[in-house]
Design a binder for this molecule. Structure first.
Ligand code: FCB
Length: 448
């Protein structure tokens, strides 16, 4: 049988991603301050099984071993985040040198192994001190972020060339301040809208600082983008789909490219958005070098405004391949998303900064972890990525989520996304079969 080979461009970047709170542990060591995730996970009832990130993968102590694993995997790039309260325990003001040293060692270690660091400045672990002053609902947090970005880029900017300001501001704002599943666990729509705006403002204000501290740096932001499709062609479902797309995708994409907030969203929320000040939108649309995309699945939208009986029969049905997160496996959605970003929004470059899947992995008798479903998930998403590149979309790299199993937020340790299996009792790392396969993909710069 002839197998089709999906060949990637010569300079395509192969990587994997992690985030500080999900892997580091050492939550109160060497002067680190408390984050909203420390507070949230220490609050009974917030996280499945009462899990916390106190120890996680203990990467803070196992970093050297983890770098060796990254090298063995053949990664060309590693995306990780800096824990803000580790370097600025109070959110602003006095820096914590041991915290900065940790990231400096990590960066040096990566460069020594010829692996390019991609730093995310904010992957959700806000210093609790800033939350006590209102968190992202307060505009002053955006200013504190700039101070933090300045500190980190001064310390590491001589060596780090790729910077991502924020990871998934939608999740920070909406899961944190409206749905309440994430820290700080609030449930107020106005707060979520204000938080979104201040996150975007923080991003826009930080871009010139990063450029100034690291002249040749490439600066971007990562969004979680989820294409929304109507469950049926009914008018009600189509309206609901436009709204879902507005909340999840356009509310962030539009202001970033200078279109302002989508008018239909403003009308729909009937929120006065009084927190927007003159000049904010131009700061938010400061040009970036790339957009980071985290893609996992699509949304199929059914209107809640009319009853199931009144609505048209569903025509878009969820596929029967579902991950352990209850997310439909829908690789074509990645192709469509990438196309939209280029042809509708004209981003100059795009990185897939996260893509991957949780499945209930089993450790075999010989200690091996065989995970064909994850392998197939990544394979098909890479095929769609390559299709997008062939269609002209400037996708520059791919980061698998995640390098290793880790603390999956509200789900604690119950969901495993890693290419590398972690035994949380012994901290033993084991390459899953998907990792061995990914190693070959990188070597060949192609997928079958
Ligand atoms: C994304 C997060 C990442 C991880 C994956 C599964 O939303 O950025 O930290 O939890 O989902």
């Amino acid at each position: 049988m002839n197998k089709k080979i999906f060949q990637f461009p010569q300079d395509f970047v192969w990587g994997a991603a992690t985030a500080s709170y999900q892997i580091e542990g050492a939550w109160n060591q060497d002067g680190k301050g408390e984050s909203i995730w420390d507070r949230f996970s220490h609050t009974p009832g917030k996280i499945q099984n009462g899990d916390t990130g106190d120890i996680a993968c203990d990467h803070y102590h196992h970093w050297q071993e983890d770098l060796n694993a990254i090298k063995k995997l053949g990664l060309q790039a590693y995306r990780f985040s800096v824990a803000w309260p580790r370097v600025l325990p109070g959110g602003r003001g006095l820096a914590n040198e041991p915290g900065l040293d940790f990231y400096s060692r990590l960066v040096d270690g990566l460069l020594k192994l010829e692996i390019e660091p991609y730093i995310t400045l904010y992957h959700w672990d806000l210093p609790q001190n800033l939350q006590d002053e209102g968190g992202w609902v307060s505009r002053t947090t955006a200013d504190a972020f700039v101070e933090y970005a300045d500190l980190v880029s001064r310390a590491l900017g001589d060596r780090v060339k790729n910077w991502i300001t924020l990871n998934e501001p939608w999740v920070s704002a909406f899961l944190g301040y409206y749905i309440g599943h994430h820290a700080p666990g609030h449930t107020d729509l106005h707060e979520a809208l204000a938080a979104s705006h201040h996150l975007l403002l923080a991003h826009g204000q930080a871009v010139p600082i990063l450029r100034q501290n690291c002249p040749n740096a490439k600066v971007g932001i990562t969004l979680n983008l989820t294409p929304q499709v109507p469950a049926s062609p009914s008018v009600a479902d189509r309206i609901a789909t436009t709204s879902a797309d507005g909340y999840i995708n356009r509310f962030f994409l539009d202001p970033l490219v200078g279109r302002g907030y989508p008018q239909d969203m403003i009308n729909e929320t009937e929120d006065k958005m009084t927190f927007i000040q003159d000049g904010d939108l131009s700061i938010i649309s400061t040009p970036i070098d790339f957009l980071g995309v985290n893609y996992y699945t699509r949304g199929i939208v059914r209107s809640e405004k009319i009853s199931e009986a009144e609505n048209a029969p569903r025509t878009t049905i969820r596929g029967n391949e579902i991950t352990e997160m209850d997310w439909e496996v829908y690789p074509e959605g990645l192709y469509k998303t990438l196309g939209r970003l280029y042809f509708d929004y004209d981003f100059p470059a795009i990185y897939i900064t996260e893509n991957g899947a949780a499945f209930p992995d089993q450790v075999g008798a010989e200690g091996e972890v065989h995970d064909p479903a994850r392998l197939s998930y990544i394979q098909r998403h890479l095929q769609q990525t390559q299709r997008a590149i062939e269609a002209g979309v400037p996708v520059k790299g791919y980061f698998a989520w995640s390098l290793m199993d880790n603390f999956e937020w509200g789900f604690g340790y119950s969901k495993r996304f890693g290419l590398i299996h972690v035994d949380y009792q012994t901290q033993k790392r084991t390459f899953k079969s998907s990792a061995q396969w990914y190693e070959q993909v990188i070597k060949q710069n192609a997928v079958e």
